[in-house]
Design a protein around this ligand. Structure first.
Ligand SMILES: [Cu+2]
Length: 270
């Protein structure tokens, strides 16, 4: 009971409990907007149908001395509810298709967008003005590869006001890339590249989680997206590249030293 109470009291338990989360990227906002429209229409219809049902159940309930009149067929009523239902579906379809463009098609980067890279092995960005990030899922961590050769784990750093095209890979089993405030879920499937995008306008941190049960430590497969001003991002990605190169050099030195010690018999060959 205490555990259930604690779980229910946790902030994330109530994040977007009725509607999807939004506020990070315009595609997530469009998804939420569309969801709300459908939810409102569905709620109105539910209340009307359930209300009418309860009304007629009470109003025409069986009572001693009252015999319900037996009615069959009402062409006008039947035409009306068939037509109204069809009309609602047409309206919903029109709304969905008009929002779909803003959800699927990446927005253009803003005027303050940072340095733009594109790698040769990826599809061209819309207007050729976007940052491509390769996201790779593996048991149990997300890896992010940047166009300059730098990479990071768990946290993806991006510049604000820049359209980020995310190319999603998996190395082992099925995973699912999901940062709720930046849009919907996208499967990471071995042997297949999936794509999505987001564009963050203000600096901030957005948290996500692998959304496909991928093994024993699936719960630890978190993802964080940190959006920073363009200049800060350029600095960061350059520094990250340097740090990786330094670590590589230190690793090679340590390896060479160990090999020479093994050769000299100072340590046992493992
Ligand atoms: Cu996973």
């Amino acid at each position: 009971m205490l555990l259930v109470g604690r779980l229910a009291g946790a902030g994330p338990a109530w994040a977007g409990v009725i509607t999807p989360e939004s506020g990070g990227s315009s595609n997530a906002d469009s998804i939420e907007g569309l969801y709300k429209i459908v939810l409102i229409i569905a709620t109105v219809i539910f209340c009307a149908v359930a209300g009418a049902l309860v009304f007629f159940l009470v109003r025409y309930r069986a009572r001693p001395g009252h015999v319900a009149s037996q009615i069959r067929g009402n062409t006008r009523l039947e035409l009306a509810w068939t037509g109204a239902a069809a009309l609602i579906l047409v309206v919903l379809a029109a709304l969905t298709f008009s929002s779909l463009h803003g959800i699927v098609t990446p927005a253009a980067s803003g005027d303050d967008a940072g340095a733009i890279f594109a790698t040769v092995d990826q599809p061209p960005a819309p207007g050729d003005h976007a940052l491509h990030i390769k996201v790779t899922g593996r048991q149990f961590v997300w890896r992010f590869d940047y166009p300059n050769g730098a990479y990071s784990y768990e946290e993806l750093q991006v510049p604000i006001d820049t359209t980020v095209i995310v190319d999603i890979y998996s190395l082992d089993v099925n995973h699912s890339w999901w940062v709720p405030k930046l849009g919907g879920k996208f499967d990471a499937i071995p042997g297949y590249v999936n794509h999505t995008w987001f564009k963050i306008t203000k600096p901030g941190v957005f948290t996500g989680q692998c959304a496909e049960l991928c093994g024993q430590h699936h719960a630890q497969m978190i993802a964080t997206v940190r959006a920073v001003p363009a200049a800060a991002w350029e600095n960061w990605v350059a520094t990250q590249k340097q740090l990786i190169a330094q670590a590589g050099t230190a690793d090679a030195l340590a390896h060479a030293k160990l090999n020479s010690q093994v050769g000299a018999g100072q340590v046992e060959n493992p």
